[in-house]
Design a binder for this molecule. Sequence first.
Ligand SMILES: Nc1nc2c(ncn2[C@@H]2O[C@H](COP(=O)(O)OP(=O)(O)OP(=O)(O)O)[C@@H](O)[C@H]2O)c(=O)[nH]1
Length: 904
Amino acid sequence: MTRRAWRQLQTTFLLLLGVFVGGMVAMSVYTLWRLRGEAVANSLGIAAMHSRSFEDFLTQSLHLTELVAVNSLAPVPLVRDARKVERTFVAALEHAPFLRSISLLDDVGRIVASSNPANLGVKVATQTYLPADAGGLQILRIGEPWAGRDFASGQPSTAGAPVDADSLSFIPVIRGIGLGKDRVTLLFALNPDYFINHIAQKLAAGEGSVSVLRYDGTLLMDSDPGGRPGSLRDHFIRDLRLDEVEFGQFEQDDGEDRPQLVAFRASRLYPFLVVTALDRRHALQQWRIETRTVLGVMVPALLASTLLAIGLYRRQMQLAEQRAESERLQQINAASVFTNAREGIMITSPDGTILDVNEAFSRMSGFDREESLGQNPRFLRSGVQEKEFYTAMWGNLIGQGHWSGEVWNRGKNGEMFAAMLTISAVRDDQGRTRQYVALFTDITLLKANEEKLKRTAHYDALTGLPNRVLLADRLQQGMMQTQRRGQRLTVAFLDLDGFKAVNDQHGHEAGDQLLMTVAGRMKQVLREGDTLARLGGDEFVAVLLDLPDITSCAPILNRLIMASAQPVPYGEQRLQVSTSIGVTFYPQAEEVDADQLLRQADQAMYQAKLAGKNRYCVFDAELDRSVRSHNERLEDLRRALLANEFVLHYQPRVNLRSGAVIGVEALIRWQHPEQGLLLPATFLPLIENHPLAVDLGEWVIARALEQIAAWRAAGLEMAVSVHIGARQLQQAGFVERLAEILAGQPEVEPGRLDLELRETRALKDLASVCAIITACRKIGVSFALDDFACGHSSLTYLKSLPVSRINIDRSFVCDLFEGGENRAILEGVIGLATAFRRQIVAEGVENVEQGRMLLQLGCENVQGDGIARPMPAADLVAWVVAWQREAGVAKPASPRTLATTDPS
Ligand SMILES: Nc1nc2c(ncn2[C@@H]2O[C@H](COP(=O)(O)OP(=O)(O)OP(=O)(O)O)[C@@H](O)[C@H]2O)c(=O)[nH]1
């Protein structure tokens, strides 16, 4: 707002305020003046009422006086007897309290008879009495007041010497009675106090006064104590113009005295008039109180509202000034923000015509202000966004008044730049869009970084091929697409052959170079839509899409193999590898997911490696199933071990010569919850080369030790032999683990346990096996060679390993009678054992003959179903007791008894 407008506004406000205050004051003054007028009119009415009532009262009194005069002398028509007359006067006075005396005048005006005898002889001049004597008319005539109480002591007043204010006075009145020589004149002394008392009853103190004047202006009486009867007010009478009006009222404010409200009334019968003068101040007292009340309310209210209006006005002015200031600052700021903002700013009209752009916009787009003005923003269009994008953007702008998002624009130099764009509609008070303001933030660098990050997350840094993450995505999409199109998808898992050697011989960098080159070549041989990804190391996966059947992928696979086998020059060297590929297809008879496909291809690749590398192998579902079933059974065994489903049965060994039970062999069984008791042949081969074999072996040792302790507690000292697998024995830390298990049963002597070892190729390094056996012997655990003489290197074993005992395989025992060869071997073995000072146990003894023969050959210790079949631990004590009873402890047992002692 301009300064002039401010001044105009200020003047208008002050004018309006003035008009309002003036109006209020004028209205109040008018109302109060009107109220005053009413109060004055009222008071004048009251004065007139007083004048009229007093005039009436006085007229009646004078009329009564006339009647008194007429009646009092009626009985004495001829005034002869003065005494009688006087008595009549006295009697008449009783009925006229307003008279002081009644007297009779003679012809010369001397009192000849009177109700007051003191008056006799007083001469009274009546020439000036009014109305003037007009030929002896019998009318009442009023004289000038006298000072004093009655004629006797009184003195007539004149205009020059009126009665003193505080003195008594009376008014002489005469009346002629009779005619001719009977005519007499009666003189009355009218008591003014009687009338004044009457007035005093009507008028409140200070209200005003009532005076009675003769027509010539002589004051006859006055209720005001300051009034001097006899004084002349002829001017006053003149002004009243009594010849024209009989009564009237007016306001008298001559400035000298107190202002008065005057009402007068002339008597119709007698020459006097009554003048009532009310004190105007007294009359307006109520009005003044009301005025004060009104003003008491009005003035502060007016003052307050004026102050409030001024206050509000000043506050509004202040606010308006602040607003104007802030608008001014805003304009300054807006202009400065527009120019200096780092964001590009573009202002367009509602139809999109560019109205202004700032420097940042020009820097970003390359178009300077002049080139931009008047254009439509689509001159920046890059073609990246589709038409729908802009439709949605305009929809938002029109509907919600703003839009923000990322756009790719094309600058003047033809290069694209990415911008974070925020467009806002600028609307007026009516909600109409006046302009659009668009803010551009250059995010090209941000986008490039984002792209880089995306690449790192999805691409292999070395080869630039998609990585595992992107592969999963592509494979997923490929599977969906394949299903839609009813075609086939091939997943090929590639692993370079001999890559480690390249690394080892030529260094890691050479390996990298080879990986990059081979990756590039393999990618070359694939088709447009196919994917080659690097999983890591020298592993790649190719996803081949849109193949009509599984045979059609063969040429591509061969091309891949050939591409990978091309030599790669590296400095002076030529590096060369080949590739093994595992292939699987999608869809399959069973539902498969992407992970399964990769596993299948990996498995097939493994088969290709096994089959000699540099080839491809197709995933074999049948083989897979059997492997899967193997795995499931392994899982069963693991579960059974945890569920404690395995049990140990024990087969005794005895000395045939002494009959002593020399120990038992622990044999594992699986108490299967559904299939019953399973022999080891049904499950042990499964875990032969599996880590589970070690767990199970440890369980057997621990269980056997527990059993030794249990038997010992039951009074049976028993040695237990446990078979130990080659894998378990050669497991790192076997001796320590064995010691730990033994420590778990401290009451069991380690010598009660011996471990039986079978001759097998799995015992690779005899020297280290020897060391293990020696270490075990140190902690008290001895070893036996099981199934001795079955293998090819039994002698080597016997020579190399520090075992305490050898177990002769059952095949030699059972064939003992069939040919000389077995018997000769048996004799040789027994001889060897004796030579090497090893104990010997013959296994598989089934009958008495075999026992006897063995005894003959020098083998006393035997084991076999002929002695006892394997039995649960709980049965062993009873069997031992029965055996010893049968055989007799310490005395040689008869081989005959053997078969009969088998409890099973
Ligand atoms: N240069 C290089 N070597 C890698 C990289 N990643 C893994 N390797 C090595 O690649 C080798 C891959 O091992 P293998 O696949 O078992 O070696 P191989 O000689 O191809 O064996 P087969 O597949 O049985 O033919 C390992 O020695 C890894 O250390 C890499 O990024 N660069």
